[in-house]
Design a protein around this ligand. Sequence first.
Ligand SMILES: Cc1ncc(COP(=O)(O)O)c(C=O)c1O
Length: 499
Amino acid sequence: MSQLFEHNGAEGKGYSQPDPIMSTDNLHIPNNLMRSNKARWPRISEPEMVRHYTWLSSRNFGIDTGFYPLGSCTMKHNPRVNEVIAQLPGIADIHPLQPDHHIQGTLAIFHEMQHMLAVCAGMDDVTLQPVAGAQGEFTAIRCIQEYFRHRGELQRTKVIVPDSAHGTNPASAAMAGFEIVEIPSQEDGRIDLAALRAVVGDDTAAMMITNPNTLGLFETDIAEAAEIVHEAGGQMYYDGANFNAILGRTSPGIMGFDAVHYNLHKTFSQPHGGGGPGSGPIGVKSHLAEFLPGPVVKKRPIMPDDKLTSINTEWWYHWYEPQYTIGKVQQWHGNSGAVIRSWAYYRRYGKDLRAMSEHAVLNANYLRHRIMEEAKIAGVDHLFCDGAEIEVVKHEFTLSMAPMKEELGVGAMDVAKGLLDKGYMAPTVYFPLVVPECMMFEPTETESKDTLDEFAKKFIEVLQEDPEVLHNAPITTKVRRVDEVYAARNLTLSYPFEE
Ligand SMILES: Cc1ncc(COP(=O)(O)O)c(C=O)c1O
């Protein structure tokens, strides 16, 4: 692959900027901070640079180039209007250290977003600080930990997670220093209350669970599970990454949860990028509110000497440090761009937010049904097993390629790579772990019926391919099948300059 540094021979210049208004001659930079050799910037012209990045972007697959049914990772269209709003100069050009009276507008947006998130989850308080779902989990679990320390319940050292949990749940709890207790799911993929009763006790700090779970199934016994954990003195933590399945219909608060994280980049409006650039606010019930990372935004009635410049004559917005705060989990105030985009999205929907969830669930069920139907027509329905008996799912569903693997030696990875040759991003593979040779599909609410119909047909075409073709797939993409394990174990993150 061509790299910018390989164009280093040319004497081009890829920027143009006005002459500095201030001379740098009198800046006394200490000698030990001066460079001893020239920076090795690529020397290329502006058109060369533009072509390089355009070329790079054309080698990738994205939600703007095609259907991206990645289960659990929710790749959906982000309305461009939210981008425009986040980039308004009064929003994008402010600095986090500006005094409150400069940024009343942004503080008002943050406050409203905290409130809207609290309302939709049935929580009392929210912090917008964490910048990823996993960081939100860690933050909430730390708040729960501090809450128990504060009460002197130091023996609560265990966190219960079902075996269908997203991997970040046990990882976050373990990072906070908890011992993980995994409980098996029932045959139908839901929580096993008997297994929960068997492990819960006065050493339980919390149970972490997502509902709907990673199989796309609604946990029908959730209220009873919450009762069991609460009776033992533990806290209920809701992984809200799957919120787009239930928003406006029910809430973690109603289900009996004490704390929740939101994935703004999955549920609202923010591109879901690898390792960021997301936003994972958390919401808590009032007994956990004073443990939140600070600062959070509060409002009070306006006073005559507030240096207010405009916007609101009723309220004054200000930062507030919770009394027993666990401390900061992110620099400044989190990923404010993601918060603003999601606020704009939420504002646009308002009370109709449930229409978004309804479409997400409808699309998942429709696609699942269409795939089954196409499989039947093509005579390949025997290839599916797990999940086929479930009548209705929520926002995502799983199919197992285990029978196909056994019969033809073609596994989930081969099918996924075969889909790339049809012009689609593959669904998530090998997750959740409870489904063998798993493929997990999440069409999201932003896809049309035509797209889903076409995808169902193409998916079945892939299943009918010659196994040899699938073993060698993809053959039409710019990069063929890569050794993912090697790539993950041997990361090259910088250009190997010759000294
Ligand atoms: C169920 C579930 N929990 C947690 C996460 C972690 O979120 P993030 O990738 O923002 O860290 C995800 C990611 O998509 C998820 O699907």
